[in-house]
Design a protein around this ligand. Structure first.
Ligand code: PHB
Length: 392
């Protein structure tokens, strides 16, 4: 048999195998396609852009090849809409044949994509969505971001030790806000404080004035706030214009409200605000300083926030996992993402092998002016915090 016939025979056998088993869902050679489902327009566009910039920065700093396979991004805009997020994820899996999904700015977007990841057995890296229960929505989810209970309990313990005994909570009225409200209250009251009133505000286009008036009337020692990234500036302005600071009401919260992307625009009203959170651009490790510098260089001087860090670390988790599987995707890749630990710009992190959720330090920070700029300056830490919200 000459070579040409042997080749035809092999091609025919390969063709039969594909027909028998179905087309391979995830090719094991060629580029690794990473489908990022991100909000790039609408009110949460800044978050989507931070995640994308963080993910791209990982490749800029570490090269665009992992375990011998080139990384190729497929980035699509969900506009902040769950139906669109689901449709985009389906398109990515079916048409673009992505090996990995990632992104998901808001909890409802992650929940919409979960069945797509499960049915196609595509590992999906959650880079924002912080409601505790998100991780249970798909066994193919791995979370590199944070949970709201994780970021609420730090300041809940700090406050009563620092003269804050009565609080009104004010949160966005959806999954992460409710997680923040409940976990703050539980830990704050167990630490000797009392929640006087729990206010929930609309997620989209909130006018804070009537709610802030209500806070003022209650005269608490402080208001505890959770608002998703990007919304804090408007809140701060209204907090000041309603005179809550002058009335002696302190502002505490999760670090979402003083996030690094917008903190500098807030002005003096933000000074002294105490929050607990897993990331500050002012985190004083060499790893973080190099990350911040590289991010600014690649993004016209813009400061990274915790969303950029999640995009960056998400690519690191992918890189470690591809090295461990020798470039294989699918379930082996998912399994290799579980149990990883490494030094992130935020500090040491671990992906819990059982829960697939992030375990990380939570820092207590105060907004201060440093060299003319506002920063969340860390002054205390709770180490290796697991999500305390499971079972809430
Ligand atoms: C969420 O929708 O889960 C979410 C989004 C932005 C945040 C925190 C939580 O800053």
């Amino acid at each position: 048999m000459n070579f040409r016939y042997r080749l035809h025979g092999l091609v025919a056998i390969a063709g039969l195998l594909v027909l028998a088993t179905g087309a391979p869902a995830h090719a094991q050679t060629g580029p690794v396609k990473v489908g990022l489902v991100l909000s790039l327009t609408g009110p949460f566009a800044a978050t989507g852009k931070q995640i994308e910039a963080g993910a791209r920065l990982y490749l800029t700093r570490h090269g665009d090849t992992m375990a011998g396979r080139k990384i190729e991004f497929v980035v699509k805009d969900d506009g902040g809409l769950p139906d669109q997020a689901k449709r985009i994820a389906q398109e990515m899996v079916v048409n673009d044949k992505v090996d990995v999904l990632g992104g998901f700015v808001l909890t409802p977007l992650a929940l919409a994509v979960a069945p797509v990841a499960s049915q196609s057995k595509t590992p999906a890296i959650v880079m924002s969505a912080g409601t505790s229960s998100v991780i249970d929505a798909s066994p193919f989810f791995v979370r590199v971001s944070f949970t709201l209970p994780q970021n609420s309990v730090g300041v809940a313990e700090w406050a009563p030790r620092n003269g804050i005994k009565s609080v009104v909570t004010l949160v966005s009225d959806y999954g992460p806000g409710i997680d923040a409200e409940l976990s703050f209250k539980k830990r704050f009251e167990a630490s000797g404080g009392a929640v006087k009133e729990a206010i929930r505000v609309p997620v989209r286009n909130p006018d804070f004035s009537p709610f802030l008036q209500k806070v003022r009337d209650e005269k608490p020692d402080a208001v505890f706030v959770f608002l998703p990234a990007g919304v804090g500036t408007q809140f701060m302005k209204q907090f000041a214009s309603r005179g809550l600071d002058k009335a002696g009401i302190r502002l505490i919260g999760t670090g979402d409200v003083t996030e690094d992307d917008i903190l500098n625009d807030m002005g003096d009203v933000a000074l002294g605000v105490v929050t607990s959170h897993h990331y500050s651009a002012a985190h004083p490790s060499p790893e973080n300083q190099a990350f911040v510098e590289a991010f600014k260089k690649a993004n016209g001087g813009k400061r990274p926030n915790y969303m950029a860090v999640a995009g960056y670390d998400g690519m690191r988790v992918l890189s470690n996992a591809l090295k461990a599987t020798g470039g294989k995707g699918g379930e082996p890749l998912l399994n290799a993402m579980k149990g990883q630990s490494f030094d992130s710009p935020r500090g040491p992190v671990q992906i819990d092998a059982q829960t697939r959720d992030i375990v990380q330090n939570v820092y207590i920070r105060r907004v201060e002016r440093k060299e003319g700029e506002l920063y969340n300056v860390e002054f205390d830490v709770m180490k290796a915090v697991r999500d305390p919200g499971r079972g809430n």
